[in-house]
Ligand binder design. Structure first.
Ligand SMILES: [Zn+2]
Length: 461
């Protein structure tokens, strides 16, 4: 992974290699500008040549992948990878608990209350707060990365599958008709329509491998179009083989066990034209569109792409699945991207504190005294600190996010858990709180299937 570089006017330059950054820092030609993401500022230089860099985004519900893909003469290279961990669930839980507490408080004095006049409308494009936070997270990072890298364009995955192309495969030219991209888009569509469950056995075989399946086999003249496809687990798919649906139903009825009865029942329904109803795909993609539009308002050269294309690009390059790798593979040019990241940055959204004036217990009664200053001895909760404790039980070096306490004894959330009661005089701020906690992560996800762990080299600045 490359290091972000600013010139002496704080304008972004081309990110440089780690070794180069180390050399510049050693020679005194640069200084550390920011710890996370690691950014250096050059002391002398002003301006310089840059290559086009695109910001690629794969929005997810819990984790979003971001990659900076540079276009060099030798091709496209992902030079920066990042994960953003959203806090949608936390926001939901907090609002839910506030709602419950308010309700119980109102009900304690049970005089009659007239129903409220129903005059509340939600504006068009309204999203619940948990989803809005995702949009805001992306907006924040798009702005931050524009400020520290020469970003010229953006690619955002906004839909899981391209419905237009699935319904009308002829619109995208020959390559598309012959099936390769059509197949990927169709598979994503089927996964969504069947909610990741086999259409034949409804999951009774417990086979986790799901494939797109021709209802009438191609060998018997079945077409490649959408109408002739369902989602099937591999076991059902292989069992059915090249049989005509009617023949397979007869075979299943002869076997007459639980799985086969389910298969024959479902196959009969499918043959009469039944397909699961499609849940509103627009609602599923609403947040992704909101993210895409927000990024487009910041970077005018923004393009929207589908998840089927991302998956095709990633699979053809034989990359493992990870959010930032998916991000690097988004879009038309995502099929030829080399990954040059030995680690990635994981930024977890932590919010900016609470507006509540005092904590309450589970019944809604005040539990603590009123909130006092949020800054204690110059520290604020969320600052990243290095605590060097010379002696005592907590002796050692603790690096992490600080939670301030009024008495000057802070808690530091390190990688290996919380360390409590660290005196403020032993702490040094490395980066002020900006709503995120930072960690470094392995660039290639360690595989769970094998015992081989990928060696991770983390930066040592
Ligand atoms: Zn099945």
């Amino acid at each position: 992974m490359r290091v972000l570089v600013l010139d002496n006017q704080k304008q972004p330059l081309m990110p440089c290699r780690q070794a180069r950054a180390r050399q510049l820092l050693r020679d005194g030609k640069a200084a550390v500008f920011r710890r996370y993401p690691f950014t250096i500022i050059l002391k002398e230089r002003q301006g310089g040549d840059t290559q086009p860099v695109s910001l690629s985004v794969d929005p997810g519900s819990k984790t979003t992948g971001i990659a900076l893909v540079a276009l060099f003469q030798r091709g496209r290279v992902a030079i920066y990878g990042q994960h953003i961990v959203h806090r949608g669930q936390q926001i939901r839980d907090a609002l839910e608990s506030r709602r419950a507490i308010r309700r119980s408080r109102r009900n304690r004095k049970t005089r009659y209350r007239q129903p409220r006049f129903l005059n509340r409308t939600r504006p068009k494009g309204w999203l619940p707060p948990s989803l809005t936070s995702r949009v805001h997270n992306l907006e924040t990072w798009a702005k931050r990365l524009i400020g520290s890298a020469p970003v010229t364009s953006a690619n955002v995955e906004t839909v899981r599958f391209d419905m237009q192309l699935i319904e009308n495969p002829s619109i995208a030219g020959k390559e598309y008709q012959q099936g390769s991209l059509f197949g990927w888009e169709l598979r994503e569509y089927l996964l969504y329509r069947h909610q990741h469950i086999c259409a034949y056995c409804h999951g009774l075989t417990r086979d986790a491998v799901l494939e797109k399946e021709h209802i009438i086999p191609k060998a018997l003249g079945g077409s490649n179009r959408l109408a002739n496809h369902v989602l099937s687990c591999r076991e059902c798919n292989e069992d059915k083989g090249k049989l005509h649906p009617n023949a397979w139903v007869t075979l299943c009825e002869q076997r007459a066990d639980k799985v086969n009865l389910m298969r024959s029942k479902n196959m009969t329904r499918i043959m009469t034209g039944y397909r699961p109803s499609l849940k509103d795909a627009a609602a599923v993609n609403a947040t992704r569109y909101a993210i895409g539009n927000r990024i487009k308002s910041i970077i005018s050269d923004t393009h929207f792409w589908s998840g089927g294309l991302t998956k095709k690009n990633r699979s053809e390059q034989r990359y493992l699945k990870d959010h930032w790798i998916d991000a690097a593979c988004v879009g038309q040019n995502g099929g030829a991207v080399s990954l040059e990241c030995n680690y990635i940055i994981v930024a977890s959204a932590k919010g900016h504190g609470s507006r509540q004036m005092c904590r309450v217990d589970k019944y809604g009664f005040p539990r603590t005294s009123a909130k006092s200053h949020s800054i204690v001895h110059g520290f604020r909760t969320g600052d990243l600190v290095v605590a060097n404790v010379p002696n005592g039980k907590k002796q050692g070096l603790h690096v992490g996010r600080v939670a301030v306490r009024k008495n000057g004894y802070f808690n530091v959330q390190t990688k290996n858990g919380a360390v409590q009661g660290i005196f403020y005089k032993n702490c040094r701020i490395t980066q002020h709180s900006d709503g995120y906690n930072f960690n470094y992560g392995a660039a290639i996800p360690p595989t769970t299937h094998s015992k081989i762990r990928v060696a991770v080299s983390l930066p040592n600045f």
